[in-house]
Ligand binder design. Sequence first.
Ligand code: FMN
Length: 411
Amino acid sequence: MSGSNLLFVLSGSIACYKACDAISRLVQRGHRVRVVATESALRFVGVATLEGLTGAPVAADLFAPGAALDHLELGRWADLTIVCPATAHTLNRVAAGLGDDLAGTLLLAHDWQKPLLFAPAMNPAMWSHPATIAAVRRLRDWGARFVAVGTGRTACGELGEGRLAEPAEIVVAIEAALARPIRRLRVLVTGGGTIEPLDGVRVLANLSTGATAARLASELVRGGHEVTLLRARSAVGVEAGVRQEMFETFTELDAALTRLLGTEEFDTVIHAAAVSDFALDAVLVDGTEQPRGGAKLSTDSAPTLRLRCNPKLLDTLRARSRNTALRVVAFKLTRGATAAQSQAAVAALFARGDVDWVVHNDLAHRVASTGAFPADIWSRGATAPWTCADRAELAVTLEQLLVGAPPVPPL
Ligand SMILES: Cc1cc2nc3c(=O)[nH]c(=O)nc-3n(C[C@H](O)[C@H](O)[C@H](O)COP(=O)(O)O)c2cc1C
């Protein structure tokens, strides 16, 4: 790989010595590294070491004479910024948007078109503190990536999660994040749940929020792809840069898919929408079918709802597509399924034919305290899935698979 401009933000952890090793490896691989250090970081490693490794001055003082604009210029210079080691304090203040020193200010001014990585290092209690968990989640939601922490004995002698990743792993994570998409994709993402009107004011609905589809759409746009998000009107919205279309009912989603796939050349459909398996056939009161329309049904007798099955949209996506080589990512949601039941559900989707990847998640695995929703990505014919701890990891891993880049270890 030809060299890139890497901005290393060091915060105050014993693991600064490991960051020095990572910096040394990166310089040897042809990258240009600049270091920003917090006041605490310079208690753990000296300016002379960092300057010797990088061949460049270390920036530490927001108000240093002649360097007052470093907090903006270093970010502009960098192709990638990594906070390594990232202390609990720095994670929390960055997630709070605080600019109380040079490191905080330049991270506050971060250009989110460029990768921002955190390589945390801390004691297991700090890593599992609710404030740190919330900070990591917030930073991920903004688009930051995380180098997975190690498990084992930390410098403070405690066993558990929180060790800084090994220098070689940090190098791999940086170079993976720098890799541009091999090709720009045109992707149609569906998300959110369909509703089936019972009358003018009531609907049959499902619990889908559309959050997964929104995260996928945002990540793909950030990766330079062209994305259309076809989402339920009630679903979570997305940031600028994602073209959006809305649906409410199965019929509207069905029609929008026919129109979009038939008129535009999509490479991939990520079909994350929660489509009702049933449509309302009739509402019966005392055995008599009620007229359908916009009126509100009012009756003292309990109505009987007669449902009919909706066709499976998944089965016809490729047939509707102008691009006959369309790739299809399907979603399978289970609730409380065993591993064997989950695998059988995934296999059944592949057996239907027109599916290249299946993303499986189980509602019972959703982490109530954080909202994190783990997911597995299955490729056709694979014996094991890519496991993703949350939506952010799912989005990054799926994008890597779609562009044909070697999938990176979870960030
Ligand atoms: C010997 C020693 C080791 C420390 N190691 C860590 C660490 O690994 N992770 C961490 O989050 N804090 C660690 N701390 C605490 C931080 O240095 C402290 O919270 C500091 O305020 C962090 O400032 P910064 O994030 O601005 O660099 C350590 C403190 C000492 C004295």
